[in-house]
Design a protein around this ligand. Sequence first.
Ligand code: PMP
Length: 426
Amino acid sequence: MFYKRSSALFAEAQKYIPGGVNSPVRAFKAVGGDPIFVKRAKGAYLYDEDDNRLIDYIASWGPLILGHAYAPVIDAVIDKAKDGTSFGMPTEIETEIAKLAVSMVPNIDKIRFVNSGTEACMSAVRLARGFTGKDKIIKFAGCYHGHSDSFLIQAGSGAVTFGSPNSPGVTQGTAKDTLLAKYNDLESVRQLVAANEGEIATIIIEPVAGNMGCIVPTDEFIKGLREICTQENIVLLFDEVMTGFRLGKGGAQEALGIDADIVCFGKVIGGGLPVGAFAASSEIMAHLAPEGPVYQAGTLSGNPLAMAAGLAMLTELNERPEVFENLAKKTEYLHKGFDSVLKNKSVPYQINRFGSMISVHFTDTPVIDFETSVKGNNDTFIKYFHGMLDKGIYLPPSAFESYFLNDALSYDDLDETIAALDALEF
Ligand code: PMP
């Protein structure tokens, strides 16, 4: 494989765009080398500007669960565009997708659409504060909820990849209202709740974490969180930007059997267009403007093209729920294949998996939280990433990201991926 044109495009981009990219993890800073510029994609494959074909395990960081350029989604967007791209007025399709989403997800009555996962989480926390009349929030080290100020405290994803989990520019005033707990450690939550009695509006969590690699919550931990929130009148906020409409129709709530109070969405719900959403009971959502006093708005929120893509995507998933099961089986197959290959290599490793989310950490300690996730050997990860890329396998260019399988991946693609790993020397 060679990446001549990608490198030239990157050099040009760096002149006009900070770091040459519009979102940090796209740059290969953590793994070295120039990022690959993509020209087009179809199904499970990316085709780059040098005409290399890559098997894609990112799926645009999650949204494209049915593969790239999925025909019903593309057709819906093209059809919709012919009638105009934005009105700033209500449209019927917003109610159609809202009705469908509410019918698929447990425990929500109403949903508000926004333009990104960041906006969804930022607005959901404001709503939780407005609803409870309390200020503080608890988040977990290594979880990422977008780049809104109050979340950039020990954040995962690109924030940890680039060594700034606590970003400059976040004021101390904002930081002091974000309390940090340890993932999978209920005691750390209990202590914070006890020390801040009556002050905590919400506990926000990735119910299956994907921003420190994939980390699965223990049953005891996630059930315990629900109990604490109910007892202490704290809003349990599930950030399902990654897990929503990926782990099943009902996302992590359904997969884990836990009801959250507010749920955030992004990625899959927009079918590859910029969409986020947050949802809750009618009682909680009644606090949101214009029904209630908690303000939240957006010029392009509920944009017709974005709603058309999202509606086409959710309709497919609603009508073909076997997709989730098939994806989980493919992910298990990849897990077993990787296991059988890595066992015979001289590197320590851990593989975490839930549904169609999976990640590999090069450490001998089980990865259950942020601390154990950062123990992974980055030199080994770099060899792994570039070795796989050389063989046409596109993995996330950071050790702190989950892979997202898509339905277009065939068992042949998975075998090719496992064979690429087998051929690697660490
Ligand atoms: N929450 C989670 C769990 C995420 O993974 C992400 C993005 N990766 C976000 C929120 C932010 O979403 P966006 O990038 O669309 O703003």
